[in-house]
Design a protein around this ligand. Structure first.
Ligand code: HEC
Length: 474
């Protein structure tokens, strides 16, 4: 089960393959009545007649009301998205709409589908910074409100809608060019195109990237975006050529189209040191923790790798231009590094492991030694962030640290219900110390009952991944 250390060239496709599957994540709940299983059956049809619940009154029990009990939870945990101009499909800051959506909301919170936050947050695995997860008492309050028939209570105006989420400081905003992708074909990218574009941020001094936010121009088309700083004068992976020379050669291969193909990280032969921006659907704002930043050198250029997916053939012929907002700092307390190990994808380069069809829970486990991430001479490194990633057959993912005897010493993260539409980078309240001789173990579980044939790791819609992005601050 132990997989060999990856060479950088193996790591690269692993990263490039992020998010190969479509985010068919359009609003799942356009029609409130479409969520009929939501809530208990006795709440059905109660919307609107909340003034008529004498039964509780008779027993003297206080009703759970919207304004007194539920609104404080909604304003804190839902309204940042479910508001006018927010990304949620309806608002939850007004009583009328909130009560229309009450049964669906009860169902969503009870199943921990909303607020979107995939990692277990009850303290059993990781202490997360800025966790969005509701605690059980809050969930019970929402359920009780719906059971009580969604009474309004006494309207109040002391609750305020939080500011729209966004980077507090936008130091730069870069854009990929308006581009019309074309499916490349082949087993690993039947409906996809991976294209790299060169952007010059014109940095005349070293700087530190401390956060980012990505805005796809055409959400249906864009399945991931990576930003990779590259030193143009730096040595490429091709002997005797600089990165700039390699990129120019790649670009000239398709003079009639912008950019170049890049199933590798920044393109075949381009030496890339790291990927400070990895965006996928649902991500929102990312701010690196602990006053840390990713160092970008003066004169570095950005290669932006775009993954366009056209499994929906109606998208062929459409264009995209994606915006990436970046926050910089001249100085940070600590320098951070990103890696994206995926021991399942790595089997492609040795002895590909296929997931058998027709199983509702088939697992794959891989591990990497912590020593990879501990600088020579230092006694430990600190793990600050975790980015779980699978495709559409993925059901759950869990990662932990094992000592040399195989005992668990720390829990990295646990995703009980994977959702491709919400790919967040999770950061810890306190970092996890990685000690020499330990191992990071990752297990992914898939449901392959929907697949006509065995599922191989890979890039395309019919392939799978088992990736654990990691953010280290030594
Ligand atoms: C980070 C933004 C965000 C937050 C926070 C959030 N939502 Fe949502 N919500 C969305 C988006 C976007 C959708 C539509 C896509 C989807 O269903 O994933 C959605 C969908 C829903 C749906 C429809 C789901 C369905 O299956 O029909 C309900 C109900 C809902 N949210 C309730 C809530 C409640 C209640 C909260 C707070 C306890 C909340 N949401 C917090 C963004 C958010």
């Amino acid at each position: 089960m132990h997989h060999h250390p990856r060479t950088p060239s193996l790591a690269i496709p692993a990263l490039a393959a992020l998010f190969a599957l479509a985010a068919a994540t359009a609003c799942k709940g356009e029609d409130p009545s479409g969520d009929d299983e939501a809530g208990e059956s006795d709440t059905h049809g109660d919307h609107g007649d909340h003034g008529d619940h004498g039964d509780h009154g008779d027993t003297g029990e206080a009703l759970v009301t919207f304004w007194q009990d539920v609104a404080p939870i909604y304003y804190e945990s839902c309204v940042s998205c479910h508001r006018e101009g927010g990304i949620g499909p309806f608002v939850l800051d007004d009583y009328a709409t909130a009560s229309t959506w009450a049964a669906a909301s009860a169902h969503a919170v009870d199943n921990r589908v909303m607020p979107p936050w995939l990692v277990t947050s009850d303290g059993s695995c990781g202490e997360w910074a800025d966790s969005r997860a509701l605690d059980q008492e809050q969930i019970d309050t929402i359920l009780a409100w719906v059971e009580d028939g969604t009474p309004e209570g006494t309207p109040r105006d002391d609750l305020s809608v939080p500011e729209l989420p966004g980077l507090d400081v936008v130091s730069d905003e870069v854009h990929t060019p308006e581009f019309i992708p074309e499916p490349e074909g082949g087993v690993f990218s039947e409906f996809d195109e991976y294209r790299c574009f060169l952007i010059d941020p014109e940095l005349d001094a070293d700087t530190f990237m401390t956060g980012y936010e990505v805005f796809p121009g055409n959400e249906a088309l864009v399945h991931h975006a990576l930003l990779i700083p590259v030193s143009p004068e730096g040595e490429s992976d091709i002997p005797g050529m600089s990165n700039a020379e390699v990129m120019t050669a790649l670009d000239e291969e398709s003079p009639d189209r912008l950019g170049w193909p890049c199933f590798g990280l920044a393109g075949e032969g381009v030496a890339a040191e790291g990927v400070p921006v990895t965006w996928a659907p649902g991500q929102g704002v990312v701010e690196f923790p602990d006053d840390s930043g990713y160092r970008v050198g003066a004169g570095d250029q950005y290669v932006v790798q775009m993954h366009y997916n056209m499994a929906n053939t109606a998208l062929i012929g459409q264009s995209d231009s994606t915006a990436i907002r970046l926050r910089y700092a001249d100085e940070v307390a600590k320098q951070g590094y990103f890696d994206v190990p995926d021991g399942f994808l790595d089997t492609l380069f040795e002895d590909p492991v296929a997931l058998p069809v027709g199983e509702d829970a088939v697992s794959f486990t891989w591990e990497v030694p912590t020593d990879w991430y501990i600088a020579p001479g230092s006694e430990q490194t600190q793990l600050w962030g975790f980015f779980p990633h699978m495709h559409d057959y993925g059901v759950s993912l869990t990662a932990r640290i094992l000592d040399p005897e195989g005992q668990e010493v720390a829990c990295v993260g646990d995703v009980p219900r994977w959702d491709f539409g919400w790919q967040l980078y999770y950061f810890y309240e306190q970092p996890i110390a990685l000690l020499p001789g330990h191992r990071i173990e990752v297990t992914c579980t898939y449901d392959t009952t929907g697949s006509p044939e065995p599922i191989y790791p890979g890039w395309g819609t019919h392939n799978e991944m088992c990736l654990a992005g990691l953010y280290f601050v030594p």
